[in-house]
Design a binder for this molecule. Structure first.
Ligand code: FAD
Length: 277
């Protein structure tokens, strides 16, 4: 392991980063950005899985919106087609290899999965591109507001699984959530291109909080059984120690403690982050 790898994602527990040197990549000259709406969540997922298998199309990201997410956003975005059950937001870099056929490619694939380019939200300029980015960023903002309204701590997953396990993990989310939707409000959204969705759960009543926590732990255990990660980007922080133990076991956590002790013998840095204080 490279020392840089050890510090990246260490959440301030090993030392304080005072200076970072980054390598830059060439700025994108042109992108094609669209939000497509699908008649079912399954078709939206299969659309992404097929597109990801195609030869490199220089796609920067695929972002997923489930039905509950679209309904939650429809207050602020009334133009969301009412019959749509899912949406995929894509950004593709337009390069020499794809600049001749990208429209036909997307039109054909969308049609195959019951969506149409005509109903898509496309960006023709920087302003429209930033509107689509705002639409995507509106998800965590809206759901964070809802958590406040329900006076609840955010209960959310940050799970990613290997490519060949994503569909199974998605169906597992669905089967588990469907049997509990009378007691929990939930949304599934996020970085489907990286097999990495966020499931956010709100218990409709205080007494259903343990149910929500139990469900998150079930998702975490399923992900670990698939060789996935319990935290793909947000980190463990002070509230997800249990998930890390599910992933690495007590022995793994003890190994981490030994490493931390080398850098921070008095355990003063990032107290209670990642490793319980
Ligand atoms: C609405 C919303 C949407 C989000 N979407 C995404 C997303 O799509 N993808 C994603 O990856 N994250 C996302 N996040 C999470 C967010 O980007 C991360 O939590 C990020 O770490 C916050 O950056 P910050 O500078 O505020 O860090 P802080 O919250 O200040 O710090 C984060 C952690 O890094 C440590 N730290 C900070 N600075 C240093 C330093 N100099 N040296 C050592 N340790 C340090 C802190 O101790 C802490 O543990 C989202 C958050 C919100 C609220």
């Amino acid at each position: 392991m490279d020392l840089i790898d050890l510090f990246i994602g260490s959440e301030g527990t090993l030392g304080i980063v005072t200076e970072i040197e980054v390598a830059l990549i060439p700025a994108m000259k042109e992108t094609f950005d669209l939000v497509a709406f699908f008649p079912t969540e399954e078709k939206a997922v299969d659309f992404v899985l097929e597109s990801k298998q195609a030869e490199d199309r220089a796609v920067n990201f695929y972002e997923f919106f489930d039905e509950n997410t679209l309904r939650m956003l429809s207050r602020s975005y009334p133009l969301i087609p009412t019959l749509s059950k899912a949406a995929i937001y894509i950004e593709q870099e337009i390069v020499a290899e794809n600049d001749k056929d990208y429209i036909d490619y997307w039109a054909g694939l969308l049609e195959k999965y019951g969506a149409s380019l005509d109903d898509c939200w496309l960006s023709a300029d920087e302003k429209q591109r930033s509107e689509l980015l705002k639409f995507r960023h509106a998800i965590p903002e809206h759901i964070n507001e809802m958590f406040k309204q329900y006076h609840q701590v955010k209960l959310a997953t940050d799970i990613a699984v290997p490519n060949d396990k994503f569909k199974e993990m998605f169906n597992y989310y669905d089967s588990e959530l469907a049997t509990r939707d009378s007691r929990l409000f939930y949304i599934k959204f996020g970085h489907i291109g990286d097999n990495h969705l966020h499931v956010n759960l709100i218990a409709k009543k205080e007494q259903d909080l343990p149910l929500a926590k139990e469900l998150i732990l079930k998702f975490v255990r399923k992900a670990v059984s698939f060789g996935g990660t319990v935290s793909a980007e947000h980190g463990i922080g002070k509230i997800k120690h249990d998930y890390l133990r599910e992933m690495y076991g007590l022995a793994g956590i003890e190994e981490m403690m030994k490493v931390k002790k080398v850098f921070d013998p008095s355990f003063v840095l990032g107290r209670n982050n990642i490793l319980p204080a």
